[in-house]
Design a protein around this ligand. Structure first.
Ligand code: FAD
Length: 408
């Protein structure tokens, strides 16, 4: 194996090239990315980059330009891969050039889902995926600006918090009953909704957007399904991502809600791998999922790079993500099982607590709010499928480390 092409130049692609070199691969590596930027971190785009223009996204590149030169990475930025053409021996670029590759890693992630409404592409309707999106959005997040957030998943909730911090007048519209319901469930989603309200976010939950009103080609109001008109200066849409699977589909790879991979991160073609937000993989507690988290993109890409080099890999990890909203650091590991038994450690009212989600006595999920220091061991409890009784879990005098020891 002499050459690897990686399609997708963000977190998963970036971590994969680093791993290939760190593991001693000396052959040709081409990293193809359609954004003009070398790999960078997306999490600051909804947080630090919006809070303070001095936090220029330049601070969040994974590596310096020199690193790619020194490591002989052929960086093809601002370039779209049009086809995986293994019969011809590689990946076809937008200009027609063929990048020669014995193996290919698809790290194509996803793009922000657009609203299916007239005017959803007006200049003051923002979607947030790339640093260019963040820079455009930041211009509209001025103190006093009336901002409507459509969709209170993680991105919508983070931008709502950032907009409040910037002095905007924020109204959130969410079709489900609470924010981040899929991630946190009803009870903790309700708690989060209250925290947003306390800090000034006006909320319309259980409500969908039905249309926009316009003045001079810009959206001037958002209409929701109870007839309310919310006047605004800008709209931020956070209604999820669409995985970028078109290359895989055209190449005849197996695709479901993402590109299907096994635990070696291999697709249905043994010379093609996939990792990150685009990959549908085995869930740690069963089922098959795409994870849309930073840690998965980094770790799965690393696993894929090692598998490309022929190393033994068995990648199947519980989900872990964090989110920062106002003064709340929210971290979650694992999953919320159906009909979970929930045990609280700490007091939700103080905004510093841990919640355990159990199924049949096994810890399958753990939510830590402003308790980041508990997450290290918390993640290991989930990974070990630790069993513990409600009394011990709820007792702050029983250290989590002790529960981990008992689980061994
Ligand atoms: C604003 C924001 C905040 C976030 N905050 C958090 C957080 O706090 N915590 C957390 O856990 N996660 C967070 N995430 C999620 C995390 O950033 C993603 O899971 C991660 O970026 C996924 O990386 P990826 O490389 O798989 O995909 P992507 O980041 O989507 O990168 C894929 C790249 O491939 C390129 N591409 C696609 N098709 C082609 C093609 N045909 N040719 C060439 N290039 C192509 C795309 O342009 C893109 O640059 C956040 C995401 C966003 C957008």
């Amino acid at each position: 194996m002499r050459s690897v092409a990686i399609v997708g130049g963000n977190l998963a692609g970036g971590r994969a090239v680093e791993t290939l070199r760190q593991a001693g691969f000396d052959g040709r590596i081409t990293l193809i990315g359609q954004e003009p930027w070398r790999p960078y971190e997306r999490p600051p785009l909804s947080k630090e980059v919006l809070w303070n223009p001095a936090n220029a996204p330049d601070n969040f590149f994974l590596q310096t330009e020199d690193w790619y030169n020194e490591n002989r990475i052929d960086l093809r930025l601002d370039t779209r891969a049009e086809a995986i053409d293994l019969a011809a021996g590689g990946v076809r670029l937008s200009g027609g050039e063929l990048v020669v590759a014995d193996q290919v890693l698809l790290a194509t992630g996803g793009h922000a889902r657009k609203l299916n409404l007239a005017g959803a592409d007006c200049a003051n309707v923002h979607y947030l995926r790339t640093r260019d999106d963040a820079e455009r959005m930041a211009v509209d997040l001025q103190a006093g600006a009336r901002i409507v957030i459509v969709g209170m998943g993680v991105i919508g909730a983070e931008v709502a918090a950032s907009a409040i911090k910037l002095g905007c007048d924020v109204t959130a519209v969410e079709p489900l009953a609470v924010p981040m319901e899929r991630a946190l469930g009803q009870r903790f989603g309700h708690w989060l909704g209250e925290e947003h309200r306390k800090r000034g976010v006006k909320t319309h939950f259980n409500r969908g957007v039905t249309g926009f009103k316009f003045v001079d080609g810009r959206v001037s109001a958002v209409e929701i399904d109870d007839g309310t008109l919310i006047e605004c200066d800008a709209v931020i849409v956070g209604v999820g991502i669409v995985p970028a699977t078109s290359l895989a589909l055209d190449a005849g790879l197996a695709v479901n809600n993402g590109i299907i991979v096994d635990r070696q991160c291999r697709t249905s073609n043994p010379a093609v791998f996939a990792a990150g937000d685009v990959a549908e993989q085995d869930g740690f507690f069963g089922g098959r999922f795409r994870q849309e988290t930073y840690q998965n993109a980094a770790d799965q890409a690393q696993a894929a790079a090692l598998a490309i080099l022929g190393q033994e890999v068995d990648y199947c990890k519980p989900m872990w993500y964090w989110s920062d909203q106002f003064d709340l650091n929210i971290q979650f590991s694992g999953q919320i099982p159906v009909q979970a038994e929930v045990v609280l450690r700490g007091d939700m009212g103080s905004n510093a607590f841990v919640a355990f989600f159990l199924s049949g006595g096994t810890i399958e999920g753990l939510l830590a709010v402003n308790r980041a220091s508990d997450m290290g061991i918390g993640k290991r409890l989930v990974e070990r499928r630790a069993k513990a009784g409600a009394a011990q879990l709820g007792d702050p005098d029983v250290p989590l480390r002790e529960l981990l020891k008992r689980a061994n």
